[in-house]
Design a protein around this ligand. Structure first.
Ligand code: WT7
Length: 658
């Protein structure tokens, strides 16, 4: 492996394992045929799949409506219910099949069958109705990983409520912004969550969020008792989960909803300070979830599927809450962290539950390599037949380790590229058809018209970098940004590409075999441990501190997290001396945690009298990036207004926060 101009050249190639290939859902011939069908008859291709994989209450007659592009509409005159497709339709054959095997942080295992999950969803949906919620009302879910969080999401889908799950690691302020933007009537939370032996005070964070003036829309708060720990209970606003379900009927018809009815809103970071409310549809989204379960994960009825993502992220929506249930899979769900109570927890769980398909993030893989490179070998991982990754580029060494030590050299590794906005996998190997190369997400799925283009929109030559675009609309893509259709248009469908191509925001290159290599974001978005964070968001949090005049945030490569956060700060008073700077750095990092959540905590803060700026006052981030990486500044600084500031910021050793 070598790096040329930051383009990774990797020559190792892994053919699909023979035994795997023979049983795979999609062969290479199938793959080619599907790609060709999609080329020749795009709408016919998607229409057939939607008829084949989804149960409709009313069939659609029109596949794709592009009249109001980029506000595309798929299967629009069809009626469907996502919860029906995830539960009811399996009941005649799979009612006794385990749907979820849940393992708590402490290791307690609880499982529910499809019949039981269906019953719980119906009861809870009736409970939601009894609180006066009606179709299209928004519901914020701020819960730990649990069977109940799936019940809550599925119950919303059953009666047309639009959920917005907020990750339990977000602060009261972030939570309140999301509640306010969604104008949610209801919040569903828990007393506390448990992660790595520590209690997470969800209810008290929620109470704090609800004191913010802008969240007046919330009428009720449902509290699921997870730990029984202390929490405030403000009746009549608050109501216990158990009281919501008490004496509710287990019969609740799934409402036939429009195919385009919003299933959920999920907030994600962009290049401005304000999070974007990514809005997904019902039918198109679910189709993407199902197809990727079948195609990328090669789903088989006797699989035990385990995606380790939290439901607070899109991966946990598509590959925990919806995809596995929609195909009738048995899945493992985990409340805790990979390293508690010991760093073999993932491997122990794979072996305990006989997991066959395992899906996790490169950051978890890298931290587990560090904690026990040979640890997987001491567990029985023979049940595994396929392993996947998502969230950020995986470095070839980590890929090789995953392949050899976890997959025993026999399981295909599926490196899946996609985004909150795309809803499901876009570029990923079909494991029985496509050979893999460590570090590449390989080729687009059938029907996904991905390309790499330059500023003028021309496809770049193989091997050169450019912007990743998707040139035709696809069913699982976001429909709009909640409350912000204009931002939706200009961020994702820029005018210079005719307003029709989906701009992913990533740079990539394609090699001579047509394989895609993702190089990173082209906007001011960082990827820290697979979580997306806008630099502006962190900067806004910093400047909201009374002592801060200005702040700029950049990313620096990090061995485990992929990227870490380095902040450059100008204080309002005079430059702090070393001792003051240390104190201030700690103060500011706690402040950011309070404002956004611990995932946004800077790893290093440097103070200066100013930031490097152009004569027009624009901060030169490129230079800050070099300083953060402790590189010599070799690039052109002729446009820099205040060159002396570089020396100051480079000298400042940086206050590493431990
Ligand atoms: C961004 C999307 C998709 C669920 C998790 C993250 C990066 C994601 C890969 C991959 C290289 C990847 C991209 C993308 N990314 N998967 N397999 N290889 N990069 O969802 O928070 O919406 O972030 O994550 O930069 O744009 P997200």
């Amino acid at each position: 492996m070598q790096k040329i101009d930051s383009i990774l050249i990797e020559n190792r190639i892994f053919e699909p394992d023979e035994t795997f290939r023979l049983k795979a859902n999609i062969s290479f011939a199938d793959y080619e045929e599907m790609c060709e069908q999609a080329q020749n008859d795009y709408e016919g291709f998607w229409g057939n799949l939607a008829r084949m994989h989804l149960d409709w209450d009313q069939p659609f007659t029109r596949v794709l409506n592009e009249d109001k592009a980029p506000f595309y509409r798929w299967f629009e005159d069809g009626k469907i219910n996502v919860s029906f497709n995830c539960l009811d339709r399996h009941l005649h054959e799979l009612s006794d099949k385990p749907a979820i095997i849940f393992e708590s942080d402490e290791g307690t295992v609880t499982s529910v069958t499809y019949a039981e999950l269906h019953r719980q969803v119906c009861i809870f949906a009736n409970g939601l109705k009894s609180l006066g919620l009606v179709s299209s009302d928004r519901v914020i879910i701020y819960m730990p990983m649990s069977i109940e969080v799936i019940v809550a999401m599925q119950a919303c889908a059953r009666i047309g409520l639009i959920h917005s799950v907020v990750f339990g690691g977000f602060s009261a302020k972030s939570l309140s912004e999301r509640i306010a933007d969604a104008r949610a009537k209801l919040v569903i939370t828990a007393d506390e969550g448990m992660r790595g032996g520590r209690a997470i005070p969800l209810k008290s964070t929620c109470d704090e969020a609800l004191t913010h003036a802008e969240v007046e829309s919330v009428e009720r708060v449902i509290v699921y008792r997870r730990t029984g720990g202390n929490c405030q209970f403000n009746a009549p606003r608050d109501i216990w989960w158990d009281d919501v379900i008490a004496s509710q009927s287990p019969v609740c018809e799934a409402i036939a909803l429009d195919a385009e009815h919003p299933l959920y809103i999920l907030y994600t970071s962009g290049s401005t300070g304000k999070p974007k409310g990514v809005q997904h549809s019902s039918a198109g989204y679910l189709l993407g979830a199902i197809l990727s379960m079948q195609w990328t994960f090669d789903y088989k009825p006797d699989d035990v599927f385990w995606c380790t993502a939290d439901v607070g992220w899109v991966t946990g929506h598509t590959y925990v809450a919806y995809g596995p249930l929609a195909v009738g899979a048995t899945q493992v769900m985990f409340e805790g962290t990979p390293t508690w109570p010991h760093s073999g927890r993932f491997w122990e769980m794979i072996s305990r539950h006989r997991v066959t398909v395992f899906y996790t993030a490169p950051t978890a893989i890298r931290s587990l390599i560090k904690l026990g490179p040979d640890l997987p070998l001491t567990y029985d991982l023979k049940s595994l037949r396929l392993i996947g990754t998502v969230g950020e580029p995986i470095n070839p060494e980590a890929w090789m380790w995953y392949y050899n030590k976890v997959g025993g050299g026999r399981c295909p590794v599926v490196d899946t590229w996609w985004q909150t906005e795309t809803g499901s996998h876009m570029i990923a190997p079909l494991p029985g058809a496509i050979s893999t190369k460590p570090g590449s997400c390989t080729r687009p799925l059938p029907g996904i018209m991905a390309d790499v283009v330059n500023e003028k929109g021309q496809s770049v030559e193989d091997g050169s970098g450019g912007m990743l675009v998707i040139k035709r609309p696809f069913p699982s893509q976001l429909r709009t940004l909640w409350n912000d259709p204009e931002r939706f248009c200009h961020v994702y469908f820029p005018k210079n590409f005719g307003g029709r191509w989906y701009l992913a925001g990533d740079s990539a290159h394609r090699d001579s075999d047509g394989y895609f290599w993702i190089m990173g974001r082209i906007d001011d978005v960082l990827n820290v441990s697979g979580h997306r964070l806008g630099t502006m968001e962190i900067e806004s949090a910093l400047v909201a501190h009374p002592f801060v005049a200005e702040a700029a945030v950049v990313g620096r490569e990090h061995e485990i997290k992929g990227e870490s956060i380095v902040a450059f700060v100008v204080l309002k008073g005079k430059m702090p001396d070393e001792a003051e700077a240390d104190k201030m750095a700690i103060e500011l990092s706690c402040w950011v945690t309070e404002q956004i959540g611990s995932i946004a905590r800077p790893d290093e803060i440097r103070f200066g009298e100013n930031l490097p700026k152009t004569r027009s006052g624009k901060i030169m981030r490129r230079l800050l990036r070099s300083i953060a990486r402790r590189e010599d500044i070799q690039s052109d600084i002729s446009t820099l207004e205040n060159p002396q500031i570089l020396a100051q910021l480079s000298r400042a050793s940086g206050n590493t926060i431990v």
